[in-house]
Write a protein that binds this ligand. Structure first.
Ligand code: G3H
Length: 483
């Protein structure tokens, strides 16, 4: 694949089926995390433009809600096809904008098309239910409740930088199939990729105004969007602090929030250590650990800790480190601030007695994969989410201690348990406070039709294709009183 020459394009925003420049006359530079050059500019929208987009969305949604599921499906199938046919072009943009390897970026685009197709098919096969009154004491057979699902209205979809296409479409596709309109606000770093994805959607010929693209400065339009009376539901993926602030502002509308995590990999004494090490390193270091579902701490039984640490080190030595253009697994972090934060966590741990097994080397915003041993509860890295390639190992003396430390976290996204004893695995899984527990596998969101849940500070609500559709509809009951 020939990498396109760097060209600085100015991207427009999308309103009522048209591409436009903002009246603000201002744009935001998007800097590549590894080319260290501006690769494009996006529009900095005004509040008035946000109002217009939301207004058009409301008008379009009323008509869209009347369309048949088959009709909605036909548009979305075209969108999926368009993404597949543009996969190289979009992957190239993802790579340059968020520094993900070209192969992973292409996988993201193809996964997105698969996601859209599965969403269509799921929506086509969902149905309501009916209930008779006589199952309740004193009720009558003559009362029949028809329970249907109806759209919520205008959904605000806010996506993060790390999966700028997949995690955007994972909100937009269910919203549209459910009969909603969408106002899409990508993370600023990721908004060119998001724009390319909307270009593909535009090719599908959706009704004008049904989907609007908002780019701009959080300080100008962030709160404004979230508090806007024209927004009927928010689906947000991003950092916990932003998500908690958003939830306070959004007040009385349904929210689905996918936030941070500190997923533990719990390694029992009887685990297959070779396999556990492979899964933990893949879970911890893919895309430099910039995944909400990355394994972010290892809780290992002290009797096998030395052996596991040696295996983890050997796996880390196999990781490719460098440019996304060379297909590396560990790539520069999204920006310097993120790399600074990782270094602060590592320095804090080292100051308190942790040991570097491998890594702790930095070139600009590229942090080499770092394994820290003998991490203890007084170190920040034991609790905070680095969103970078650093993995702390905490030695424990029992499974009970591992469960206790796992649950002391403010987060509860996922956890992995490594053991050959399935009864033990279930017993630990039952006690872990997390949305999902993986047994003998790395933490990960996919396959995308599985329910995906964050508890505690990891989120609110449930995603996963069917659950996402349900979260963007509400039940409506019509009661027939027969004569
Ligand atoms: O960063 C959060 C993503 O939802 C992680 O997705 O587990 O499929 O990489 P993944």
């Amino acid at each position: 694949m020939a990498i396109n020459a760097i060209t600085v394009s100015t991207y427009q925003y999308y309103i009522n089926g048209e591409w436009k420049e903002s009246q603000s006359g201002q744009t935001i530079d998007i800097m590549s995390p590894y080319l260290y050059e501006v690769i494009g500019k996006v529009q900095a929208l005004t509040k008035e433009e946000v109002d217009e987009i939301i207004g058009f969305a409301h008008t379009a949604q009323k008509e869209w809600a009347k369309t048949s599921l088959q009709e909605r499906a036909s548009y979305l199938y075209k969108w999926a096809d368009e993404l597949v046919s543009r996969q190289e072009e979009i992957a190239d943009v993802i790579m340059r904008e968020v520094g993900k390897s070209f192969k992973d970026a292409k996988n993201e685009v193809v996964r997105t098309a698969d996601f859209i197709r599965y969403t269509i098919e799921e929506a086509l096969h969902m149905h309501g239910e009916s209930m008779r009154g006589d199952s309740f004491p004193g009720g009558s057979k003559q009362k029949v409740a028809i329970v249907d699902r109806v759209p919520l209205g205008v959904v605000l979809a806010i996506s993060p930088f790390n999966y700028p296409v997949n995690l955007a479409a994972a909100k937009i596709a269910p919203a549209l199939m459910a009969g909603n309109a969408v106002v899409f606000k990508p993370a600023t770093q990721g908004s060119i990729s998001g724009t390319k994805m909307i270009e593909a959607l535009d090719e599908a010929g959706l009704p004008k105004g049904l989907v609007g693209l908002v780019t701009g400065k959080g300080s100008v339009i962030g709160d404004y969007l979230v508090e806007h009376k024209g927004i009927n539901m928010i689906s947000f993926t991003g950092g916990t602090n932003t998500g908690v602030a958003l939830a306070k502002k959004a007040a009385m509308i349904p929210l689905v929030l996918e936030l941070g995590g500190k997923d533990p990999g719990i390694v029992c004494e009887d685990a297959n250590l070779n396999e556990a090490a492979k899964q933990i390193i893949s879970g911890g270091f893919s895309y430099s650990g910039q995944r909400c579902t990355a394994i972010k701490r290892v809780l290992v039984h002290e009797n096998v800790a030395d052996e596991l640490v040696a295996l983890l080190k050997a796996e880390i030595e196999k990781l490719s480190v460098g440019s996304p253009e060379d297909g590396c697994t560990v790539v520069p972090l999204i920006d310097n601030k993120s790399a600074d934060f990782v270094q602060i966590l590592v320095a804090d741990a080292l100051g308190k007695g942790a040991e570097v097994v491998i890594g702790n080397k930095r070139e600009h915003n590229l942090i080499h994969p770092t394994l820290l041993d003998n991490v203890t509860g007084d170190m920040r890295v034991a609790w905070e989410e680095p969103f970078g390639p650093v993995l702390p190992v905490i030695r424990v003396s029992s499974e009970e201690e591992a469960i206790k430390i796992a649950n002391e976290s403010e987060y509860g996204l996922q956890a992995s348990i490594f053991t050959k004893d399935v009864n033990k695995a279930f017993s630990i899984a039952n006690k872990i406070e997390a949305g999902s527990v993986q047994i003998n596998g790395r933490t990960e969101r996919g396959p995308d039709h599985f329910p995906f849940i964050g508890v505690k500070n990891s989120g609110i609500g449930v995603q996963g294709i069917r659950k996402s559709i349900e979260s963007m509809t509400r039940e409506k009951v019509t009661v027939l009183n027969l004569a």
